[in-house]
Design a protein around this ligand. Structure first.
Ligand code: F6P
Length: 336
């Protein structure tokens, strides 16, 4: 059978992440350099359903490596979750003569890609998909790192540093909620990097007395008069935590929910470089006739994994880093 790849599609799906544009650029330029035509699909899987696409050339991706967001737009498509929606998407793939699709996003994006590829196979159409992990949450089990995480950490750190200036001046307590969906990576890295008084993550059951009250008390006993509490959105609401702090300790915290600001901004060197390598590897994988792969980083190396197996993988949470965080907080105790 002729597996030669002649034309591929590229899309971004799910929550945007800084570095997605760098990945799109790498896919398009690697494809064109390999003699493969590249079609940009707008608004994720919805673009395939609604025939929302355009041919891309090397110029289409000029001057985007430094831009946050995604020039392809992104969406979460309800319709694509069902077989009829995917049939419509397949019809577009057939019409365009796509041999493969590079899907840049999170695990929801990859599950959709796999379902589409299987449905294509059942219909006698060969459609290879390759996933590139991109989410600020860093919550994809098969990959140590996901594009966008480093930029989001840096953005959040910059915000928290600014908050600290005013908290310090007014001798206040700040409760900051960071994103991460069900994962605590952002909160953990931000907490370590800003020297937080306390950090709440979903991977560790929250004991309010141990994790907040005691830490603030000890910090106060050591002479600190301002406190920085970082809450992962998956661990609870900063507003609720702020209220509890007020009721239990009698101080009047200020609550900040950083929200979508964490998803924007020019990608850092790490995100641009990782995205460029992943985009390149994704096209190489398609050229090698491999299908249904996810490009991932494992122990510092870039690997391509079988998509179905990769979707089953979990990564252990970095509790060693939580221990470091505990050691460095003002409690002076790290009882893990
Ligand atoms: O997955 C990225 C993320 O920003 C999560 O951290 C957050 O929970 C979610 O997306 C927010 O989604 P939306 O942009 O739909 O509000």
């Amino acid at each position: 059978m002729d597996h030669q790849v002649k034309r591929i599609g590229v899309l971004t799906s799910g929550g945007d992440a800084p570095g997605m544009n760098a990945a799109v650029r790498a896919v398009v330029r690697t494809a064109i350099g390999s003699g493969i035509e590249c079609i940009g699909i707008r608004r994720g899987w919805s673009g395939l359903i609604n025939s929302d696409f355009f041919p891309m050339d090397t110029g289409s991706v000029s001057h985007i490596i430094d831009k946050g967001g995604t020039i392809l737009y992104t969406a979460r498509s309800e319709e694509f979750l069902g077989a009829p929606g995917r049939d419509k998407a397949l019809a577009t793939c057939k019409l365009l003569g796509l041999d493969g699709i590079v899907a840049i996003g999170g695990d929801g994006t990859f599950r959709g890609a796999l379902a589409l590829s299987r449905q294509a196979q059942e219909a006698g159409h060969r459609l290879q998909v390759v996933g590139i992990p991109a989410t600020i949450d860093n919550d994809i089990g098969c990959s140590n790192y996901t594009i966008g995480f480093d930029t989001a950490c840096n953005t959040a750190i910059e915000c928290v540093d600014k908050l600290r200036d005013t908290m310090q001046s007014h001798e206040r307590c700040s409760v900051v909620e960071v994103m991460g969906r069900h994962a605590g990576y952002l909160a953990l890295y931000v907490g370590i990097s800003v020297g937080a008084t306390a950090v709440l993550i979903p991977e560790r059951e929250v004991d309010f007395d141990r994790d907040i009250v005691e830490k603030i008390r000890r910090a106060r006993l050591m002479g600190t008069t301002h406190y920085m509490v970082v809450v992962a959105e998956g661990a609870g609401s900063a507003v609720d935590i702020g209220r509890l702090i007020h009721d239990e300790i009698g101080i009047d915290p200020r609550v900040t929910v950083l929200g979508h600001i964490q998803r924007g901004g020019s990608p850092t060197a790490r995100d641009r470089e990782t995205a460029s390598r992943m985009g390149y590897e994704a096209v190489m994988s398609l050229c090698a006739g491999k299908g249904n792969r996810i490009i991932a980083t494992q122990e510092g190396r870039m690997v391509d994994l079988d998509m179905e197996e990769a979707l089953q993988m979990t990564k252990p949470f970095q509790m060693d880093r939580y221990q470091i965080l505990e050691a460095l907080t003002s409690t002076g105790r790290f009882p893990l």
